[in-house]
Structure formats: structure tokens, C-alpha cells
Design a protein around this ligand. Structure first.
Ligand SMILES: *[C@@H]1O[C@H](CO)[C@@H](O)[C@H](O)[C@H]1NC(C)=O
Ligand SMILES: *[C@@H]1O[C@H](CO)[C@@H](O)[C@H](O)[C@H]1NC(C)=O
Ligand SMILES: *[C@@H]1O[C@H](CO)[C@@H](O)[C@H](O)[C@H]1NC(C)=O
Ligand SMILES: *[C@@H]1O[C@H](CO)[C@@H](O)[C@H](O)[C@H]1NC(C)=O
Ligand SMILES: *[C@@H]1O[C@H](CO)[C@@H](O)[C@H](O)[C@H]1NC(C)=O
Ligand SMILES: *[C@@H]1O[C@H](CO)[C@@H](O)[C@H](O)[C@H]1NC(C)=O
Ligand SMILES: *[C@@H]1O[C@H](CO)[C@@H](O)[C@H](O)[C@H]1NC(C)=O
Ligand SMILES: *[C@@H]1O[C@H](CO)[C@@H](O)[C@H](O)[C@H]1NC(C)=O
Ligand SMILES: *[C@@H]1O[C@H](CO)[C@@H](O)[C@H](O)[C@H]1NC(C)=O
Ligand SMILES: *[C@@H]1O[C@H](CO)[C@@H](O)[C@H](O)[C@H]1NC(C)=O
Length: 874
């Protein structure tokens, strides 16, 4: 009884409250008369119904689709899917002039409301507060007004499914805050403007189903007009301008159904590490698909169907990154064997390509494979189709495995390699020329740091990852200790927050005292475990190091690089950098660990599989820095303690306080000098030790880490050079290219390895030895090291086709110069595995010839001769 009374009472008060609230609301937010009359004008110019926007009502309270702020100013208008009055339907027009009076309007959504006619120029010049503009499916005609660039706050622009024509105006790129741009399903033509690459916050870009092309728009029709064309801003050679690679936040890239053609820039995806959806369906792209696409960590959908991409698939697995739900490669000209990369995809459509060979069991069971040249699946292409395709590529076709392949001389693959080398050379020289032109912009940041006085020609406030930061913005002393440029990098913590997180930098939280600062473990308020680096500027010789790190993290992020969480730069003498905490700390602290087992003495060491995984992970990280960053980044502090390990022993590189761009991009000295003369600023700057600012130096240090993993001798990678030389002379004689047994002499005694694993150890040792070549130019490139470690057995086992090829080169050039031939092979990006292993061989050879390291002259001479034999062993 009393319960019932209670509920009734409660209900009564509830309604009373509601009533009170609504009257209060009425008081605070009824719309201003000016805005209401503007809306009424809009209502009649668009022919909206009185039912949606009643004259008697208050727009802020009971008009459909209208929202206001507390002061009664209209902020949102949503007339999406509205119906018009009968009169309004008779003469619908895109007339929204009265919107001008709404000075707080942030969002205008007219999706699926017919607005026939061109976008009014007025829109761009007056609705300056607009952040969201959705005009999809509005029957809009005409061109995109250049004036739209006036909407500088815009974050969302959807013009899809209209009848818009003409070019994408270059001025659109002044919409710096745009994160969503959809121009799909229109008749937009012309080129994709390179300057779209400047929209650095863009997350979704949909340009699909238009008439975009890689040449002059056909709509220009007669040729006389062409003379007048100003093409200076356009990139006629590329279908998708290479500048788009700067869209580092992009998650969706859809250009399907355009008249694009030509090849994609090879570095297009280098920085787009957040890409999830890539749709290039039916664009007529040709040539080689950029290989970085395969390893994008967040990829979900990859649709390449209906193009003319033509290359082999990489035979690698991706050791990080999620499973991709869809791969559609149908209707292209991909060829070669089905490769390991397919393992990453759940649904695979490979129809209408030229794949050959057997179907390995990692290919999904329901993959669509018809119309290829495969052995086994039904409805494949005919023999003549397949063999003529392969011979046009200069390759031999396996004849469905029916007859033994004809004894073809390996001339054609060699020839095609030669062509590739030439192409690479030509490409390289074009690159050099480009660099010459761009040099004033792209001097490396180490150098620039030392020349604080030098002036920068770059505009402020926007950096695209290649140029140095404008020096004045990085100078904390001039800015009261706050370097404005890094404001958006990670979270900005207060000093107090980090003090709390690290228990006031207590000794219990101290992880270690490092050269660039002390590391403390901490827990943020959110519960996230972090590592805080405290840099005391008064104790440091220079304050370069932390700026270098900030600089690095503001430009680059990669699954192999330790995640940067934030910083606190307010304090003038103490700078704090915050990173994600790595469960397994770093290599030195993980290699050996106390086990809880009481059976043995309680000390355990990482097993071989994990060590190989760590080696590969570290190599991948360095390869990213060397080859995927442009210009190349040299870590300069590669040692075991820089190799951080997460809970799954995945490598995340840390210690970036010495990182810098490779001096002179590793080009030969002469060009370097010429270049430095061109850039007046770097003339007098001689780096403290130029040898360490090269990728080859990182490779050398990486070699030490491999030795550390093999021998289990902690400290090899961090000891002084003279001491290391001594260790090396003891180790090197046990690394033989011919025989794996000697390896057991130096192998970590705590490792249990069987015959098979010993071959991997042996391979890693050979890789280590070539990395440690005294001659920097003879060390392998990091990406080749990655390939060697991915397939360690290939380094030491025989592979008949490969050795055939090597022998041909050896005999055609003479073995004495094979180092040079391999050297140029290393430039060839198209056959990295072969090039990689061959260069490793040449390292081994070079080492044997230089003799010094091995110390044994009796074996030294026989090695030179046997190096030819060792080619067969690859
Ligand atoms: C409302 O008006 C007051 C005074 O004009 C201003 O301070 C406040 O920022 C306004 N609020 C909003 C949400 O615009
Ligand atoms: C506009 O309204 C439609 C509903 O008709 C909605 O689907 C769409 O997401 C809205 N656009 C924006 C940007 O909110
Ligand atoms: C806009 O209005 C339409 C139709 O009234 C409605 O379906 C939609 O949810 C609204 N969209 C937003 C974002 O409010
Ligand atoms: C847009 O164009 C109109 C008329 O052509 C002009 O008056 C206005 O200044 C332009 N606004 C911007 C932002 O370019
Ligand atoms: C495109 O717009 C038309 C009206 O102009 C509409 O009928 C159609 O449903 C829209 N298509 C999509 C996919 O939104
Ligand atoms: C762009 O966004 C940032 C951060 O959200 C904001 O501070 C800035 O004012 C915006 N720029 C414009 C032109 O609205
Ligand atoms: C891109 O636009 C097309 C056509 O409007 C649409 O079908 C497709 O769903 C869009 N893709 C994404 C990922 O938004
Ligand atoms: C792949 O693309 C083709 C053509 O674009 C299409 O017909 C086919 O259905 C797609 N396959 C899958 C599995 O989506
Ligand atoms: C790819 O690698 C696997 C394992 O390393 C090997 O078995 C296979 O033969 C390779 N396939 C090709 C096409 O090279
Ligand atoms: C293929 O099999 C996978 C699971 O193995 C499933 O997720 C997917 O939907 C299947 N695809 C098709 C096209 O049946």
C-alpha cells in the first residue's frame, strides 16, 4: 500500500521536474528574432513545410532538425530527407542566402534533399563557422566553387552522388582541418591535385566514380585550348600524385572507378600507417603495386580488382598487423607462385590473373582462383595464353607442371634483371636531380640543428615530414621553454601529473639512469603503464637530444617503434617524455631471466625461436627507418638496450635521442660536397663523427646485436669499439660459409638447438658477419637483412635456380668484380631476396679478401677461391 503511494509520489515529482526543466529551457534558449526570420526566409526559398518549421513555434524548441546553443543561436540545421510543399516542388532551387544571418551555424545537412543548381558562391564566403557540410544526393550541378575554401573550419565535406563537374579546385586544400572528404559519384574530372596531400588531418578520402584521369581532362576537347592551359600545379606523370603519401592519418582511400592509369608512386603508402580500406577497383593502374601496401598493420579491405597491376606477390608473412578481411585482386596481371602473404587475408579473390604453380595450403579454402595458370583448380587459362604471357615477361611458365619445363637458358631473367637495374639507375639519377632541386628544403635535421642561426625558407606551422622544422620554433629558450611545434604531439601532461604517476620520481620507480635521461616507471591516472624519461637540461651537455626525439616522434610512427604517449615541456630545466611501458623491458633484461622452476638453478634464457623473432623485429624496425622514411633515418644508438620488447616479445625500437637523417643521404662524397655547396647553410657544419650518421653504421651495430643473440654474451653491443674488435677476432673464425659445425663453439651454452635450428643459427651468424664488414659500403642494406632473417635457411641452403643465376653473373663479369655487380644488384628493388642474399655473399667474400678480420692467412687464400663455390650454396 505505502509502496504504491510512494511510486505515485515519485512519479508526480518526476513530472513536476520535467515541467520545470522545459520552462527553464524555454527561458534560456528561445531563438533570436533575427535568426528566426532568417530561417523563415530559408523555409520559403527552399519550400519547406510548415509542419516541419511552424511559424508559431520557436525554432530552437520545436522545429524539426534545428538545434541551438544556450544563447539561442542556431548551430545545427538538418533538412535531410525533408519533403517540400507543393509550391516548393514546382521550382526547387539551391537558394540558401539567408543562412548568412546565422552567425553560429556549425552544421548544415541537406543530404537527400534536392537542391538542383550549382553550389552558391556565397556559401563559401559567408558561412565561416561551418564545420559540417553534408550535401550528398542533392542533385547539385555545376562546379565546386573555389570559394568553398573560405570554410576554413570545415572538418566534414560530403558532396557525393550529385552531378558536379569540373576539376577539384586547388583551393580546397586550404581546408586544413578536413578529416572527411567525399566527392564520389559525380562527374569531377581532371587530375587529382597533388596539394590534397597537404590535408594532413584527412581520415577518409572518397573520390570514387568520377572522371578523374591521369592526363589532361578530355572535357577540354579541342587542342587549341591546351596551349592556354596552365599545368604548373599539376603532376601530369602520375596517376595518383606522390604527394598524397603525406596523408598520414588516412584510414580510407577510395579512388575506384576513375579513368586513372599509370603506375602508383612506390612510396605512396610509406607513411599511411593507419590505412584500413583501400579501394582501387577499376582504375586501370599498371605496373608494380607498391609493396608497402601488404604490410599496413590496420588493413581491413584491399580491393585492387580491374587494374593492370603486374608483379609477383611477396613471399613473406607479416609479423604484426591484423588479419585482413578482404583481398580482391581479380582481373589484373599478377603472376608467379601463390605466396605466403595471402595467409593474411580471410576472403581472397584472385580470378583472372596469371598465377602459376600449385595452390599451397595457406591459401583460404574458398579463395576464388579461376582463370589463372594454376595447377589443380578447375577453369584455368589455356596453355598458350599462359605461356605467351610468361614469355612476354621474359619468364618461363611451368606448363601446369605437366612436362618438365624446357631447358631455357637463364638469359632472359638475367636480361630482365639488367633492365631493372637500368631502370633503377635511371630512377636513381632522377631522384638525385630531384634532391638537388629540393635540397634547400631537405637538409638533414642533424645538420640543421647545429646551425640554429640559419634561416628556414619553409612556411611555418605545417611540416610534411621531409623538411627541418623552422629553427625558431624548436628553440625552447626563445619560447619560454615551450616548443610550440610539438603541442599536438601526444598528450601534454602537467608536471604534477607525472610526479604523481612516478611516485615523485622515487627510487623504487627508477628503471635506469641513461645517457639521455633517467627512466622511471609510472602509472597514469587512467591506469596506463608508462615509462617517463626525465631529462635534466642543466646536467646535459646539450639540449639537442630531447628535441631530436620530439622531432622524430612528431614525424614517424610505426608498429616497430615504441609508442610515444606524451610529454611535459613546461619546465625550463626539466623535460619529461612519456612512452608506453614495455612489459618485457629491453633485450638485456630479457635475454636471461629468473625462472620460478626449482628443478634447475633457476636461470633461464630466451629460446632460439624468440631470439630469431627479436632479430627479425629489430631488423624490420631499422629497415623502416632506413628505407621507408624519407629521407632515411639513422638510429645511431643501436644496441641491445634500445631494443624494447612488449609482452609478446615483439620488438619496439626505442632510444631515439641520437637519431638523424642520413648525412647526405649516403651518396658518394663528391655529390655530397656539391650538394652542401648548393645549400649554403650546411657548408661549415662538420658533424662530430660523420661515420655514425649513415645507415651502414646502424647495420654494423645491428651485427653486434646478432652476435649477442647467438653467443648470449650480454654487453657485446654496448662495449667500446677496441674491446669489441678484440671479441670479434675471437668470434669471426668460427663463422664459416662452408660448415655449420664451428658455430657450436661460440653458441650460447644455455641454448638447446637441434640440427635444423643450428642451420638458422649459422645463417644468422653469416648475416652478422656481413653486417660487421669493416667496409661500410660492403655491408648489406637493412631490408636485405630482413629478407635474410625471414628466410634464414635460404642463406645457407642450396637453391638450384638461384645458383644458376649467380653462376651466370659470376662468369659473365668475372668473379673478381662480382662484388661490384652485387653492389648494383643491391640497388635493384625488384628482386630483393636474390639481391639480398647475393650481397650477403659478396660481404662474406669481401671479408675474406680483406683478410684482416679472420687473421688466418692460410684459410684466407682458400676462401677467395671457395667464395665462387659458396654461390652454389645459396
Ligand atoms: C552566450 O553569450 C555569452 C555572452 O554573450 C557568451 O559569453 C557565451 O560564450 C555564449 N555562449 C555560447 C555557447 O555561445
Ligand atoms: C545527414 O543526415 C543523414 C540522415 O538523412 C545522416 O545519415 C548523415 O549522417 C547526416 N550527415 C552528417 C554529417 O551528420
Ligand atoms: C536528420 O534528419 C533526418 C530526417 O528527419 C533524420 O533521419 C536524421 O537522423 C537526422 N540526422 C541527424 C544527424 O540528426
Ligand atoms: C567568394 O566569391 C565572391 C564573389 O565572387 C567574393 O565576393 C568573395 O570575396 C569570395 N570569397 C572568398 C573567401 O574567396
Ligand atoms: C543518389 O541520389 C539520387 C537522387 O539524386 C537518389 O535517388 C539515389 O538513391 C542516391 N543514391 C545513393 C546511393 O545514395
Ligand atoms: C582546426 O582545428 C584545431 C584543433 O581542433 C583548432 O584549434 C583550429 O582552430 C582549427 N582551425 C580552424 C581554421 O578552425
Ligand atoms: C565511396 O563512395 C562510393 C560511391 O558513393 C560508395 O559506394 C562507397 O561506399 C564509398 N566508400 C567508402 C569506404 O566510404
Ligand atoms: C572482386 O571484384 C570483382 C570486380 O570488381 C567483383 O566482381 C567480385 O565480386 C569481387 N570479389 C569479391 C570476393 O568481393
Ligand atoms: C615461400 O616461402 C615458403 C617458406 O619459406 C616456401 O616453402 C615456398 O616455396 C616459397 N614460395 C615461393 C613462391 O618462393
Ligand atoms: C571463406 O571462409 C572464411 C572463413 O574461413 C569466411 O569468413 C568467408 O566468409 C568465406 N568467404 C566466402 C566468399 O565464402
Amino acid at each position: 500500500m505505502t509502496d504504491q503511494k510512494k511510486t505515485i509520489l515519485q512519479l508526480f515529482f518526476f513530472f513536476l521536474l520535467l515541467l520545470l526543466e522545459s520552462t527553464l529551457e524555454q527561458q534560456t534558449s528561445s531563438s533570436s528574432p533575427v535568426e528566426k526570420s532568417a530561417l523563415l526566409v530559408l523555409r520559403s526559398s527552399l519550400g519547406l513545410r510548415g509542419r516541419d518549421w511552424p511559424v508559431k513555434g520557436d525554432p530552437c524548441l520545436n522545429w524539426n532538425g534545428v538545434r541551438c546553443d544556450q544563447n539561442g543561436s542556431v548551430t545545427h540545421i538538418n533538412i535531410s530527407r525533408f519533403r517540400r510543399t507543393r509550391v516548393g516542388n514546382q521550382n526547387p532551387q539551391f537558394s540558401v542566402d539567408s543562412l548568412v544571418s546565422l552567425t553560429r551555424l556549425a552544421s548544415f545537412n541537406a543530404s537527400r534533399f534536392s537542391l538542383p543548381g550549382p553550389i552558391p558562391v556565397l556559401l563559401g564566403s559567408s558561412l565561416l563557422t561551418l564545420r559540417v557540410l553534408d550535401l550528398s544526393s542533392c542533385s547539385i550541378t555545376g562546379t565546386i566553387p573555389a570559394n568553398l575554401s573560405g570554410l576554413s573550419r570545415l572538418t566534414f565535406l560530403d558532396l557525393s552522388n550529385n552531378s558536379i563537374q569540373g576539376n577539384i579546385p586547388l583551393s580546397l586544400t586550404s581546408l586544413q582541418n578536413l578529416s572527411f572528404l567525399d566527392l564520389s559519384s559525380n562527374s569531377v574530372d581532371g587530375l587529382i591535385p597533388a596539394s590534397i596531400g597537404a590535408l594532413s588531418k584527412l581520415q577518409r578520402l572518397n573520390l570514387s566514380h568520377n572522371a578523374l584521369s591521369s592526363s589532361i581532362p578530355p572535357s577540354l576537347g579541342d587542342m587549341s585550348a591546351l596551349v592556354e592551359l596552365d599545368l604548373s600545379f599539376n603532376d601530369l606523370s602520375g596517376s595518383v600524385p606522390s604527394e598524397l603519401k603525406e596523408l598520414r592519418n588516412l584510414q580510407t582511400l577510395v579512388v575506384a572507378g576513375n579513368r586513372l592509369s599509370g603506375s602508383l608512386p612506390t612510396d605512396l603508402f610509406s607513411f599511411m600507417s593507419k590505412l584500413q580500406i583501400v579501394d582501387f577497383r577499376g582504375c586501370g593502374f599498371t605496373a608494380v603495386l607498391p609493396s608497402t601496401l601488404w604490410s599496413l598493420p590496420d588493413l581491413k579491405i584491399l580491393d585492387l580488382s580491374g587494374n593492370q597491376f603486374s608483379n609477383e606477390l611477396p613471399n613473406t608473412t607479416v609479423s604484426f598487423g591484423s588479419t585482413v578481411s578482404l583481398l580482391n585482386m581479380s582481373e589484373n596481371m599478377f603472376y608467379g607462385n601463390l605466396a605466403l602473404i595471402l595467409r593474411r587475408f580471410r576472403v581472397v579473390d584472385l580470378t583472372r590473373n596469371y598465377f602459376q604453380g600449385k595452390v599451397p595450403d595457406f591459401v583460404p579454402i574458398n579463395a576464388s582462383l579461376s582463370n589463372n595458370c594454376l595447377q589443380g583448380p578447375t577453369s584455368q587459362r589455356g596453355l598458350s595464353d599462359c605461356s605467351s604471357f610468361y614469355s612476354s615477361k621474359g619468364l618461363s611458365f611451368d606448363n601446369f607442371g605437366q612436362q618438365p619445363a624446357q631447358e631455357k637458358k637463364p638469359e632472359s631473367p638475367w636480361l630482365s634483371h639488367r633492365i631493372k637495374v637500368i631502370i633503377a639507375a635511371v630512377g636513381g639519377s632522377i631522384l638525385v636531380m630531384l634532391v638537388l632541386i629540393l635540397l634547400p628544403i631537405t637538409v638533414n635535421f642533424c645538420v640543421r640543428r647545429r646551425n640554429r642561426s640559419s634561416t628556414s625558407t619553409r612556411p611555418r606551422g605545417r611540416h610534411n615530414g621531409v623538411g627541418p622544422l623552422p629553427p625558431d620554433e624548436t628553440l625552447p629558450s626563445e619560447r619560454g621553454g615551450v616548443s610550440v611545434n610539438y603541442a599536438s604531439l601526444g598528450t601534454s601532461f602537467t608536471y604534477q601529473q607525472l610526479l604523481n604517476a612516478t611516485k615523485e620520481f622515487g627510487d623504487a620507480n627508477l628503471i635506469k639512469k641513461g645517457r639521455s635521461g633517467d627512466l622511471f616507471k609510472g602509472v597514469l591516472e587512467t591506469g596506463v603503464q608508462v615509462v617517463v624519461k626525465r631529462i635534466n637540461l642543466e646536467l646535459m651537455k646539450s639540449n639537442e637530444a630531447y628535441l631530436t626525439e620530439l622531432d622524430f616522434f612528431s614525424r614517424f610512427a610505426h608498429p616497430r617503434v615504441v609508442p610515444f604517449v606524451g610529454k611535459c615541456l613546461k619546465n625550463t630545466t626539466q623535460k619529461l617524455l612519456v612512452y608506453k611501458y614495455m612489459m618485457n623491458r629491453d633485450l638485456p633484461s630479457s635475454l636471461f631471466y629468473k625462472s620460478s622452476s626449482l628443478v634447475d638453478d633457476g636461470l633461464k634464457s630466451l629460446d632460439w625461436i624468440t631470439r630469431l623473432k627479436i632479430a627479425l623485429g629489430a631488423a624490420e624496425g631499422l629497415s623502416y627507418l632506413h628505407h621507408d622514411c624519407s629521407p632515411s633515418i639513422v638510429h645511431r644508438d643501436v644496441q641491445a638496450s634500445s631494443i624494447l620488447l612488449d609482452d609478446k616479445f615483439e620488438v619496439r625500437l626505442g632510444s631515439f635521442s641520437k637519431a638523424c637523417h642520413q648525412e647526405n643521404n649516403g651518396r658518394p662524397k663528391k655529390i655530397a660536397r656539391l650538394l652542401s655547396r648548393l645549400s649554403q647553410s650546411s657548408q661549415e657544419s662538420v658533424p662530430d663523427s660523420p661515420a655514425t650518421a649513415t645507415c651502414a653504421y646502424d647495420v654494423y651495430c645491428f651485427g653486434k646485436i646478432l652476435l649477442e643473440l647467438i653467443t648470449g654474451k650480454i654487453g657485446i653491443s654496448s662495449c667500446e669499439e677496441p674491446q669489441f674488435k678484440k671479441i670479434l677476432t675471437e668470434i669471426i673464425p668460427h663463422i664459416s660459409s662452408q660448415d655449420k659445425e664451428p658455430i657450436t663453439n661460440i653458441l650460447d651454452q644455455s641454448l638447446l638447438v637441434d640440427e635444423d635450428l643450428l642451420e638458422e643459427v649459422w645463417a644468422m651468424a653469416i648475416v652478422a658477419r656481413s653486417c660487421l664488414n669493416p667496409k661500410p659500403t660492403r655491408r648489406p642494406l637493412m631490408r636485405h637483412v630482413v629478407q635474410a632473417l625471414e628466410n634464414p635457411l635460404r642463406v645457407v641452403r642450396e637453391d638450384s635456380s638461384e645458383s644458376e643465376r649467380f653462376r651466370t653473373i659470376g662468369s659473365s663479369r668475372g668473379s673478381s668484380s662480382s662484388g661490384r655487380v652485387f653492389g648494383s644488384w643491391r640497388q635493384s628493388i625488384s628482386d630483393p631476396v636474390a639481391a639480398g642474399t647475393s650481397s650477403l655473399l659478396s660481404q662474406a667474400e669481401g671479408l675474406a679478401r680483406s683478410g684482416g678480420m679472420t687473421g688466418s692467412s692460410t684459410r684466407g687464400s682458400s676462401r677467395g677461391a671457395s667464395s665462387r663455390r659458396s654461390m652454389k650454396d645459396v
